[in-house]
Design a protein around this ligand. Structure first.
Ligand SMILES: NC(=O)N[C@H]1NC(=O)NC1=O
Length: 173
């Protein structure tokens, strides 16, 4: 996608392309559209992430709640977004045995009960063993620290998704 094309996309097109950079939060892409033009990938990233950082805590928690559990019911039902499906698959979460799935479900439930939002981790930087390990470790972290960690993971996921989108078009920036 060349720069001219990216910056000249109409509103609907822009939200179609960038609407799931932050999982199930197309509103963020819609808001960013009003701040175009962007100079490059780093500039786009900066705008998306500054928006998240400026939100009040309740809204930041709302962003986290838009994320499906890792190896959760949405994966089983086949209702994940295409991006999430690819990421969870890359971490081997689509081929867990029953025991591993149960253990993750229990840890996910404990995490959600403790923090009020789901456990979020950039699955593409991980694998099935590391996901459980990290979940068990973060379950013990203080709430304020955990919110920061989880938002950092949202940004890692968004960075990878943005990079994919811009890489998909050889004539990009
Ligand atoms: N819960 C959670 O982390 N989900 C996200 N992680 C990821 O890499 N893709 C997702 O959908």
């Amino acid at each position: 996608m060349d720069k001219k094309k990216k910056n000249s996309m109409d509103f609907g097109e822009f939200v179609d392309v960038f609407g799931n950079v932050i999982e199930r939060c197309p509103l963020i892409a819609a808001k960013k559209k009003t701040q175009r033009p962007f100079s490059d990938l780093e500039d786009l990233k900066k705008h998306f992430f500054a928006f998240i950082d400026a939100l009040p805590q309740k809204s930041q928690e709302g962003i986290l709640r838009c994320h499906p559990d890792l190896a959760g019911s949405e994966l089983r039902r086949g209702t994940l977004t295409a991006e999430s499906q690819r990421e969870q698959s890359a971490a081997g979460l689509t081929s867990l045995g029953a025991d591993e799935r149960l253990r993750l479900a229990e840890l996910n439930a404990q995490y959600r009960a403790r923090f009020g939002f789901p456990f979020v981790l950039a699955a593409r930087f991980s694998d099935r063993a590391a996901v459980s390990r990290e979940l068990a470790r973060r379950l013990l972290c203080p709430s304020a620290q955990e919110l920061r960690t989880a938002l950092g993971e949202v940004k890692k996921i968004g960075s990878l998704r943005l990079a994919d989108l811009l890489r998909a078009d050889p004539a990009k920036l």
